[in-house]
Design a protein around this ligand. Structure first.
Ligand code: P6P
Length: 337
């Protein structure tokens, strides 16, 4: 029986990697893990509760908020507030950033940006959904918060992670020293280390993109899709198309098996659909830490300027060689104007 390492034990053990750490980031990650277990409990019984269906409100994206979206947002914000290690929260579900000016949080060192329940349109059909989070150090001085805290480049993240509520519930995160995955053991209510030192294969044969928008894709994307569909000379096989409509699920599968996830600009989404601050940047940090790469088709995601909380970006993310090949086709057939 191999010894179990819980998320809490692992975080404490790895704290030694940060000589000046005083435990705040460790406690912040623990707070996120606790909220994830509460959200997991509700996601797993969503079908049994009157928790499905729209909560009636509309978020800034113009999307109807399902009750689980609202519930997840509340749980993560509540855990961050009571933990006292986070002073500002940016959430897909909140139009503005939230400054937690309580006595225990107003001077806290960290900012959390999150998509509390990504892919929530899949809840009713029982397809995996996920939470995505990104952690920065605050730039403002203690006792206040500014938009500068919330609009930091992806390259400045100190940690990022996702939780996938799937056939099992996993929490995957990085603090800039590799990527580790933890599977929730419901019998003990603990996330246990199950995927140490995760790496994404440099190459893969899975491409994830919503081909329903094909006619509206840039020529470079069309060329890449056609490339994926032609027999690969080396292996005499075409690629496999896998797309769930849930970014966390698609990226997690590609992390394990190798592959590329693409959400390019389309007629409906002229700046891309996915949000830079709390979807593209955290996933890019994780994938790069696992040896992959993430681009907007022309530029590394983590270096993009961040000018708005809910700013969107095109994203090509996954196995490094696949992303670089797709980027080449974009630069060749859809040169940036
Ligand atoms: P489409 C879910 O709404 C999401 O933000 C991502 O999780 C997912 O990859 C994408 O949008 C799906 O978008 O336009 O293909 O339905």
């Amino acid at each position: 029986m191999t010894a179990l390492t819980t998320l809490g034990q692992f975080i404490i053990e790895k704290q030694a990697d940060f000589p000046y750490a005083k435990g705040e980031l460790s406690r912040l990650l623990r707070d996120i893990g606790i909220a994830a277990k509460i959200v997991n409990r509700e996601v797993n019984k969503a079908g049994l509760m009157d928790i499905l269906g729209d909560a009636g409100s509309i978020n800034i994206q113009g999307e109807s908020q399902k009750k689980l979206d609202v519930f997840a947002n509340e749980q993560f914000i509540s855990a961050l507030k009571s933990g006292g290690e986070c002073c500002v929260v940016v959430s897909e579900e909140n139009d503005e950033y939230l400054y937690i000016d309580s006595e225990i949080s107003k001077d806290a060192k960290y900012i959390v940006a999150m998509d509390p329940l990504d892919g929530s349109s899949n809840i009713d059909v029982n397809v995996s959904v996920g939470t995505i989070f990104s952690i920065f150090r605050r730039k403002s001085k203690a006792g206040e918060a500014t938009m500068e805290d919330a609009l930091q480049k992806g390259i400045d993240q100190v940690a990022a992670g996702y939780i996938i509520y799937g056939s099992s519930t996993m929490l995957v995160y990085t603090t800039g020293k590799g990527v580790n995955g933890f599977t929730l053991d419901p019998s003990i209510g603990e996330f246990c280390l199950s995927h140490p030192n995760m790496t994404i294969p440099e190459d893969g044969y899975i491409y994830s993109i919503n081909e329903g928008y094909y006619t509206h894709f840039p020529d470079g994307v069309k060329k890449y899709i056609k490339y994926c569909q032609v027999e690969d000379v080396a292996t005499q096989r075409p690629y496999t198309s896998r797309y769930t409509g849930s970014m966390v699920a698609d990226l997690h599968r590609n992390m394990i098996k190798g592959g590329i996830f693409i959400y390019p600009i389309t007629a409906q989404a002229p700046n891309g659909k996915l949000r830079l601050v709390y979807e593209c940047n955290p996933m890019a940090f994780i994938i790069e830490q696992a040896g992959g790469f993430a681009s907007n088709g022309y530029q590394r995601i983590l270096t993009l300027d961040v000018t708005e909380l809910h700013q969107r970006s095109a994203i090509f993310i996954g196995s490094a060689n696949m992303v670089k090949q797709a980027e080449e086709m974009m630069k060749c057939f859809s040169p940036q104007v």
